[in-house]
Design a protein around this ligand. Structure first.
Ligand SMILES: Nc1ncnc2c1ncn2[C@@H]1O[C@H](COP(=O)(O)OP(=O)(O)OP(=O)(O)O)[C@@H](O)[C@H]1O
Ligand SMILES: [Mg+2]
Length: 358
């Protein structure tokens, strides 16, 4: 059975990952030089894929990959680190397991400790501190890189960022440290505020859209290896998705599904696009409804390529004050790029199709 070569749900596995050579080389150099690094970018731009590919490439270094998505408590943070230590490369995990045992921690079972009645639970901050010590002690024996993905979510847990800083700031020369996250504004605030101890000193690396040449290679390869011809569909995709990685792959997948073996994708692009849009149309209204009225108006104006303070904005009842405020909010929450364009090009496409401007 033919399987689509275009991944658009979750990270691209390292063995199928293509492109981003310069970014990977840049990150490799920084973590090898032990520079504390923060990888910033919008949602679904391929941060996790890059981190996993980097980990796969660094064969001499064990990667401990911590995902902080959705953490709400110190116990959550401790549990995620525990899980990451257990899942790290064999020798590192084994060594970490024995070091943890010396302080009475069963690696991999920290989650169970926090499921016990409250009075039997360990103090979460103490557990986290101990686990960080376990990591650092193990890293002194086995070269390691600590990757913390979705780092911005740590902001929801009081004192967690400070605790991490206290533990890590004197050791950053001994281990690689790489933070990644979306909500670029939150990440940027944290990592570019030079007053912020430790985090403010990090190197910032931004992940941008996929280059046209990369997209071309990925899509042509994907079609060719499955007996199809991508024809000129790449330019349609690039035109619509503007290098947004997940959106580009979503459209490439739609094009591929509508192209039988031995056929050129161009012949079927109109049906593919209609099917992709139909899928988008199912959930966009619910997403749209989550925004305030001013935000909806601003998104609409910007999706049409109009300025936030022009005649069209005024026509929609968007005052300059509410436009400024909405823009700040939407940028902060990762819906708008700094240049005022929508991060999700298919959301912009939805606005243009559903809510035209007179
Ligand atoms: N190098 C790449 N080549 C092709 N597509 C890619 C690449 N990197 C990412 N993508 C596309 O982007 C999607 C999201 O990738 P990934 O989960 O790594 O992004 P992310 O920035 O970590 O997202 P999130 O913000 O949801 O955590 C993938 O499913 C894939 O469609
Ligand atoms: Mg991710």
């Amino acid at each position: 059975m033919d399987v689509s070569p275009f991944e658009f749900q979750g990270p691209v596995p390292p063995d199928r990952f293509q492109g981003r050579d310069d970014l990977i080389a840049d990150l490799t150099r920084r973590v090898t030089e032990r520079r504390v690094t923060a990888l910033l970018g919008p949602r679904r731009f391929g941060k996790t894929s890059v981190l996993q590919r980097l980990a796969a490439d660094l064969t001499e270094t064990a990667t401990v990959y911590v995902d902080l998505y959705g953490v709400q408590t110190m116990a959550d943070v401790a549990t995620r680190l525990d899980r990451a230590l257990v899942r790290s490369d064999g020798p590192f995990a084994t060594s970490a397991g024995s070091i943890a045992a010396t302080v009475g921690i069963d690696l991999g079972l920290v989650n169970a400790e926090f499921a016990k009645p409250r009075r039997e639970q360990p103090d979460a901050a103490t557990r986290l501190t101990q686990l960080l010590d376990v990591f650092l002690e193990t890293a002194a024996r086995v070269p390691a890189l600590l990757v913390i993905d979705e780092f911005s979510d740590i902001g929801r847990v009081d004192n967690a960022a400070a605790l991490l800083r206290t533990q890590l700031q004197h050791h950053y020369r001994d281990v690689g440290l790489l933070f990644a996250g979306s909500h670029p504004s939150t990440m940027r605030q944290m990592f570019t505020d030079r007053e912020q101890p430790f985090y403010g000193q990090a190197d910032i690396v931004v992940i941008g859209p996929l280059a046209a040449a990369t997209l071309h290679a990925i899509i042509h390869d994907g079609f060719a290896t499955t007996g199809r011809d991508a024809g000129s569909v790449v330019s349609h995709i690039h035109h619509l998705a503007a290098g947004h990685p997940q959106r580009s792959m979503f459209l490439a997948d739609a094009a591929w599904r509508h192209t039988p073996r031995g056929v050129t994708a161009d012949d079927h692009w109109p049906e593919a696009l209609a099917a992709a849009r139909a899928q988008i149309d199912v959930f966009m209204p619910a997403i749209h409804d989550e925004f305030t009225v001013s935000e909806q108006r601003l998104l609409r104006v910007l999706a049409h390529g109009q300025p936030p303070y022009g005649a069209k904005a005024e026509q929609l009842g968007l005052t300059p004050g509410s436009a400024t405020n909405a823009r700040k909010q939407l940028t902060h929450r990762g819906h708008l790029n700094d240049d005022g364009s929508l991060v999700d090009p298919l959301f912009a496409d939805w606005f243009r199709r559903t809510l035209p401007l007179a």
